[in-house]
Design a protein around this ligand. Structure first.
Ligand code: MRU
Length: 363
């Protein structure tokens, strides 16, 4: 087993989904993967907001980092001469970026962090120093995220045996966090990095197919054995003994242990519990929402056409009646009793989660 410092010095992610170029943000367009590897440069707040909304960049930590850089872009886009004007520009950017997607708490957490820094600098410096401070905070959020992922990856590896078969959900890899490593996929990638062979079982994750399109791609890039299954095969695959544990990410974890994650996670957790399979949730502490109760969290509903059509290499194909009624919630909530443990950069919280998650946060 390697130490945090050893991994930090030696591990280099194979993909680079987000790159700050001083005046613009370059992102790998996840809506085109795995068929096309296209990078796009975001130069305005509106472009950043559109990229998040349309899921060109997606995954809780990645949208937080992107939004934080979006605040830096706001100050590049608008030449401001007074601190008052600059703060107005930032508030406007905050409002636009916060309105993009409702469920992942990292978005609001990152925007608040940048805004707090901006407010604290605004009393003392000039506009130029504000721009530097906002950019530095966005970079810090990115760097802290990668370090947190390495830490949670190392905590996660302690639960894995050589040869294990791990079921995941959606894409909780380096694409979803922007760092190239990931949350739920961090122990898996670090296991491979340390010469430990594991296998990943990937539900396709309808309707957006993050599993089929993104996790399968990430596993192929890393040379990690993986098997793609339909979402409807989850129960049988667990029942047949093909799964040693489930490792998923999260968009929001409440202090009492409720886990909001990609639609389908709840079903996996219930089946895992029924069959005695450990169900682990991996996320940085920035994904823990210390304020909300279950009923306060909005589960995003997306365009019905995401369900009526499937997207492949040849474009969109209609798979039902064009006007069929659709309900398309894209996240669900897993009650704490189904979660074996929550793994963060600060350690592992086992049951009872409502006591041990606050303890991890020092509360
Ligand atoms: O709709 P998405 O693709 O943004 O949803 C992503 C997920 O649900 C991930 O599991 C979650 O953000 C954790 S990512 C490290």
């Amino acid at each position: 087993m390697k130490t945090l410092e050893e991994v930090k010095n030696a591990y280099r992610p194979s993909i680079r989904p987000i790159e700050w170029l001083g005046d613009r943000l370059r992102i790998l367009d996840q809506s085109r993967l795995p068929f096309e590897t296209t990078f796009i440069d975001l130069r305005t707040v509106d472009e950043v907001a559109e990229a998040i909304r349309s899921m060109k960049v997606r995954g809780a930590p990645a949208i937080g980092i992107t939004a934080a850089y979006g605040m830096a872009i706001a100050l590049v886009e608008h030449e401001t001469t007074s601190m008052e004007e600059a703060l107005r520009v930032l508030k406007d950017a905050y409002r636009k970026l916060a309105a993009t997607r409702p469920t992942a708490v990292n978005l609001f957490w990152a925007l608040d962090r940048v805004m707090d820094v901006a407010r604290s600098v605004s009393g003392s410096g000039e506009v130029g120093s504000l721009r530097g401070a906002v950019e530095a905070e966005a970079r810090k959020i990115f760097e802290e995220e990668l370090e947190a992922e390495i830490s949670m990856g190392l905590h996660g590896i302690s639960l894995i045996q050589r040869g294990d078969s791990i079921m995941t959900q959606c894409n909780a890899g380096g694409l979803a966090t922007g760092t190239g490593l990931g949350t739920a996929l961090a122990p898996i990638k670090l296991a491979k990095f340390m010469g430990m062979d594991v296998q990943v079982i990937i539900p396709e994750t309808r309707p957006w197919l993050q599993g089929a399109r993104l996790t399968a791609y990430e596993m192929a890039v890393e040379g990690i054995r993986s098997v793609l299954i339909t979402d409807t095969a989850v129960g049988l695959v667990m029942y047949e003994g093909m799964v040693d544990m489930v490792m998923v990410g999260a968009d929001r974890i409440l202090l009492d242990g409720h886990v909001f994650n990609k639609i389908g996670t709840y079903k996996q957790a219930v089946i895992a519990r029924e069959l005695g399979i450990p169900f682990y949730v991996l996320a940085p502490t920035s994904t823990i929402d210390v304020k909300s109760a279950v009923q306060d969290v909005r589960i995003e509903e997306r365009d019905p056409d995401e369900v009526r059509y499937v997207k492949g290499s040849g474009g969109r194909t209609l798979i039902t009646l064009p006007d069929v009624a659709v309900y398309n919630p894209v996240f669900d909530v897993t009650p704490p009793k189904y979660v074996t443990a929550v793994i963060t950069e600060r350690g592992i919280a086992y049951q009872p989660l409502d006591r041990n998650i606050p303890r991890l946060l020092g509360r």
